[in-house]
Write a protein that binds this ligand. Structure first.
Ligand code: PDD
Length: 287
């Protein structure tokens, strides 16, 4: 089965899916999205993803009630059709199709685009070596908690980082406060405590981030959610990124300087194992 898409109310091979050039998602990035993984047809953390989607829609004056499709039914149907054991479901909701004008006239049915592809595989070597990151000034707006597709700053930062030989960039304010990576949350370990920027409006409230904090508490690792300064990162014992596609991904250098001895640290590896156990429990329902 090829990768499939749901668009304009029907399923088709992803390579054949098209939307109108007048879609507000295309014209204005007037849209929000979610990325969810599913194991054997069962989405992981769906309630948390749906809660965040509802919140993103609310904060952008949209609502799932205005979607002319049953979102859960589309997801279940798409997963059954693609039958990938590890699928990545991308959901995008836009403010619909109208001739281009900033002003929306009348009620417009929202557009739903969903794609069903295999979950990207992360090379074992990359997990072992960890990521190199570079810090860049955060040029984004005041509502990074909204999961909008307006990702130009993230796209530019990631590509510039790649062109400069780094794996990713971490957004930092002019006063040195660390926010997040271009498509992942950031964690680090200092004095055997797991530290991550607080869930303010300046970062996306990652679903994986929440699970990682839960995993840490379950194995008695102290946790601090607080404002984090760039000096904290430079003197960290360990660092890692978290996201739906990366899970827990070690970061082993910042701005070309190794973190500690430049290898993934024990707390990071332990949290990765604990998170993978959680995913496996979802995969194999208890008898
Ligand atoms: N990105 N911060 C940003 C800016 C993100 O784009 C993401 C996820 C995260 C982590 O969120 P979560 O744990 O819920 O995946 C944090 C997705 C994976 C993407 O854009 O593809």
């Amino acid at each position: 089965m090829p990768d499939i898409a749901f668009v304009n109310g029907t399923f088709c091979p992803a390579s054949e899916a098209v939307i109108s050039i007048d879609d507000r998602g295309f014209q204005f990035a007037d849209s929000v999205y979610e990325v969810v993984v599913a194991f054997d047809g069962k989405p992981f953390g769906m309630d948390a993803h749906l809660t965040r989607l509802r919140q993103s829609l609310k904060l952008t004056d949209m609502s799932l009630d205005d979607l002319p499709y049953d979102l859960n039914a589309v997801i279940a149907d798409g997963l059954a059709q693609c039958a990938y054991p590890e699928a990545m479901v991308y959901l995008q909701i836009t403010r619909g199709v109208q001739p281009r004008s900033h002003v929306v006239s009348g009620p417009v049915p929202l557009t739903l685009v969903a794609t069903f592809r295999p979950k990207p595989v992360i090379e074992a070597d990359k997990r072992r070596s960890g990521l190199s990151v570079v810090t860049v000034e955060d040029p984004r707006w005041a509502h990074c908690e909204i999961k909008t597709t307006a990702l130009l700053p993230n796209v530019l930062a990631k590509n510039r980082a790649r062109n400069d030989g780094f794996d990713d960039a971490i957004f930092v304010t002019t006063s040195g406060e660390i926010r997040e990576a271009t498509s992942a949350n950031v964690f680090f370990v200092r004095n055997h405590t797991l530290v991550t920027p607080a869930a303010t409006r300046s970062i996306l409230h990652g679903v994986t981030r929440r699970y990682i904090l839960q995993c840490a508490r379950s194995i008695n690792i102290p946790v601090e959610e607080r404002s984090v300064n760039i000096d904290d990162l430079a003197s960290a014992e360990e660092a890692f990124l978290s996201s739906t596609t990366l899970d827990v991904m070690p970061v082993t250098s910042v701005n070309s300087k190794p973190i500690a001895d430049g290898n993934p640290g024990p707390v990071t590896l332990k949290l990765y194992d604990t998170f993978v156990d959680l995913l496996n429990r979802e995969r194999t329902p208890a008898k």
